[in-house]
Design a protein around this ligand. Structure first.
Ligand code: FMN
Length: 314
């Protein structure tokens, strides 16, 4: 895919249904799973194992794992490889207290030796490519020496969110730092943070010289953002009309319809995802109100048909 674009890993969002939808809508070469607990995988926790579901259409399949214990991470990576994944991605960016208190996520950015040990062990254990997703540091922008170690160990690519752990989601992603990382590293680098439009993506490529752009939150409201970026690069016009949003909702609905999860889960997912996709479209509010009133996922299709049929109220 040129330019290389990736859907960022997002907990409770980028499950197999969401990933395959984004892949199907086009423009994204790589779609990364939500983070999966290495503890959960190695202790045979059902919820963690359910997260290993994927469809062939998603390939290359990239599963992200998190954990603070190098031995468990190593075991978890082997499980991921055994499931047929193409890439194992290591989470070193999660800022959530509960996660960092267990030594996982961005806590690894406080202990370069342990972070390198995790990566080294996994690299020795699996034969699929190993990638790492980081922030620019724990409390200051100091991750470059660690990334150089990762490069020496043989990591295939890095994704960097240009905020520190302490910044969580405040302020802005520091693209100048991403540019500095790019100058120091030889392996492919995905820039991440605050890309909300095709114009932003092009600007990130230009300002950072990164090899790929990774997008998270903007894909929740516009699942076509990857396709829009490719179209913009090719000089094609982009119009974000309601019809294509409803088509995306429909496709998502048919994906979760076949899921083994209970109806309650499906209704919750339909409400959440259609809630995002309907933001800003004509009849979007009506659709969301309808979703709040229904009791079964089987009723969602009728609401989508209605949203299509009723002349736009706004
Ligand atoms: C709901 C949500 C869940 C996330 N879960 C993960 C995760 O599981 N693993 C991870 O590495 N990053 C996770 N992130 C961070 C994103 O991958 C990304 O780095 C961040 O949102 C910045 O990119 P954006 O501005 O394009 O959203 C999550 C972000 C959000 C909003």
């Amino acid at each position: 895919m040129d330019p290389p674009l990736a859907l960022a890993p997002m907990a409770e969002v980028t499950d197999t249904y969401y990933r395959s939808l984004i892949k199907e809508l086009g423009g994204a070469g790589l779609v990364v799973s939500e983070f999966i607990s290495a503890e959960g995988l190695t202790r045979k926790n059902t919820r963690s194992h359910v997260m290993l579901a994927y469809s062939e259409a998603e390939r290359p399949v990239s599963f992200q794992i998190y954990g603070g214990d190098p031995d468990r991470m190593d075991e978890a990576a082997a499980i991921v490889e055994g499931e047929g994944a193409d890439i194992v991605d290591i989470n070193m960016g999660c800022p959530v207290k509960k996660i960092v208190n267990s030594g996982a996520g961005s806590a690894l950015l406080k202990d370069f030796d342990r972070a390198a040990e995790v990566v080294e062990k996994i690299k020795r254990r699996v034969s699929i490519p190993v990638t790492v997703k980081v922030r620019k540091g724990w409390e200051s922008d100091d991750v470059i020496p660690l990334l150089k170690r990762f490069e020496e160990i043989g990591v295939a690519a890095i994704a960097i969110h240009g905020r520190t752990r302490n910044e969580a989601y405040s302020g802005a992603s520091d693209w100048a730092y991403i540019a500095a990382v790019k100058r120091e590293l030889g392996i492919p680098l995905f820039g991440n943070g605050d890309v909300k439009s095709a114009a932003d993506a092009l600007r990130m490529f230009e300002e950072t010289r990164c090899d790929g752009v990774m997008i998270g939150r903007a894909a929740l409201h516009n699942p076509f953002i990857f396709r829009d970026i490719q179209a913009t690069v090719n000089g094609a016009a982009v119009t974000d009309e309601a019809e294509r949003r409803i088509t995306a909702m429909q496709k998502y609905l048919s994906k979760i319809d076949g899921a083994p999860q209970p109806d309650k889960w499906k209704l919750h997912k339909a409400r959440t995802v259609i809630g995002w996709f309907s933001k800003g479209i004509a009849n979007g509010k009506l659709l969301r109100q309808g979703l709040a009133d229904i009791n079964a996922v089987s009723e969602v299709q009728h609401l989508l048909d209605q949203a299509r049929a009723i002349p736009a109220l706004s």
